[in-house]
Design a protein around this ligand. Structure first.
Ligand SMILES: *[C@@H]1O[C@H](CO)[C@@H](O)[C@H](O)[C@H]1NC(C)=O
Ligand SMILES: *[C@@H]1O[C@H](CO)[C@@H](O)[C@H](O)[C@H]1NC(C)=O
Ligand SMILES: *[C@@H]1O[C@H](CO)[C@@H](O)[C@H](O)[C@H]1NC(C)=O
Ligand SMILES: [Zn+2]
Length: 309
């Protein structure tokens, strides 16, 4: 009897307490939590038909001319922002002076927060995948329609939330600007800890705004429970680059609410269930884009030539 208690006590020792849902990486620590395959048992919407993330098959994505470049407002502002460990992620609160519109979004949306999804060590950890390929890290910026005050309110509207996704890729060079984010994460190891990140500029941790005209678009959900199906997702093609050491530093500093290292914070890809993925028609979409454009002009010239001679 006592030995059983002691053994189970030892087994549970790294876990501070149990949680309602968890990522796969926590499951071994707290067998009572619901791993991603079981989220729908506690949160029915996680079993819905338009869930996120998804794998994007680039050859099947349909070109859509109305997907013009998104207009970013306030993204270059210098801000003092709060970063909090929320037990399953670290969330950086953003002010409503940061807005997006255009790009076929049905309204203007204001920013509320951003967060990252990562793997373990220098492994892969993005949520969305492109042609089956997962990337080291994925940044999500969450916006809600201007008319709403809270994310909860916006979730009540099937197009109430606009999610922007950026892939982080590893390069040989360190990205100095990203170090301040890493340092802030280091100050909030445990659930509930928060800190202020001073003189933060969103554009410091994004690819250059003028390079963001190429993107994918589809209708999906929050990628954590309750998985509300209220998100217009925009997934940008341009990467943001950090060093391998910076990636490792992000994955090593935080702990889940259960006390387990906060690693592999991504949900596996979900079924498309007949959804269409669209892509913007920006020329830069493939490296061969400009070449094709030139060939087109050549064709037109030949045609005109043949008519008039
Ligand atoms: C951020 O905080 C610092 C130190 O408190 C202050 O000097 C600065 O003016 C603040 N910046 C903004 C944009 O509020
Ligand atoms: C959600 O929408 C319904 C119907 O429009 C409304 O009655 C309800 O108050 C809304 N809930 C929230 C949280 O906004
Ligand atoms: C972080 O959270 C832990 C656990 O709740 C707490 O003991 C610690 O004091 C917090 N640290 C800070 C700097 O708030
Ligand atoms: Zn996310």
């Amino acid at each position: 009897m006592w030995s059983t208690l002691i053994v189970s006590g030892l087994l549970l020792a790294p876990c501070i307490h149990s949680v309602q849902w968890c990522y796969q990486s926590q499951y071994s620590c707290d067998v009572n939590c619901k791993d991603p395959s079981q989220w729908d048992k506690a949160f029915p919407e996680c079993g819905g038909q338009t869930q996120s993330p998804i794998n994007i098959v680039t050859q099947k994505a349909r070109h859509a001319p109305h997907l013009t470049p998104i207009i970013f407002e306030g993204y270059t502002q210098t801000l003092n922002v709060t970063v909090q460990n929320v037990g399953y992620s670290a969330v950086l609160a953003l002010p409503p002076s940061l807005r997006i519109r255009g790009g076929d979004l049905p309204a203007t949306y204001k920013a509320i927060q951003l967060h990252l999804h990562w793997g373990v060590e220098d492994g892969l950890g993005s949520e969305h995948t492109i042609d089956g390929e997962q990337y080291p890290m994925e940044l999500h910026i969450v916006h809600i329609k201007e008319q709403y005050n809270t994310l909860k309110e916006a979730m009540n509207d099937s197009v109430g939330v606009a999610g922007l996704a950026f892939f982080y890729e590893v390069s040989t060079k360190e990205n100095q600007k990203f170090n301040e984010v890493i340092e802030a994460l280091g100050r909030i190891p445990y659930n509930g800890n928060s800190t202020t990140l001073q003189n933060f500029r969103l554009t410091d941790i994004l690819p250059p705004l003028e390079k963001l005209s190429s993107y994918y678009r589809y209708s999906g959900s929050l990628t954590v429970p309750g998985c509300d199906e209220a998100i217009i997702w925009t997934i940008f093609q341009e990467f943001f680059y950090i060093s391998q050491q910076q990636l490792v530093d992000v994955t090593k500093q935080l702990r889940f609410e259960t006390g387990h290292p906060m690693i592999e914070t991504y949900r596996p890809v979900q079924k498309l269930n007949g959804r269409m993925v669209y892509k913007s028609t920006a020329c830069s979409f493939t490296s061969s884009g400009p070449v094709i454009l030139c060939l087109c002009f050549l064709c037109v010239f030949r045609l005109i030539e043949s008519i008039f001679t």
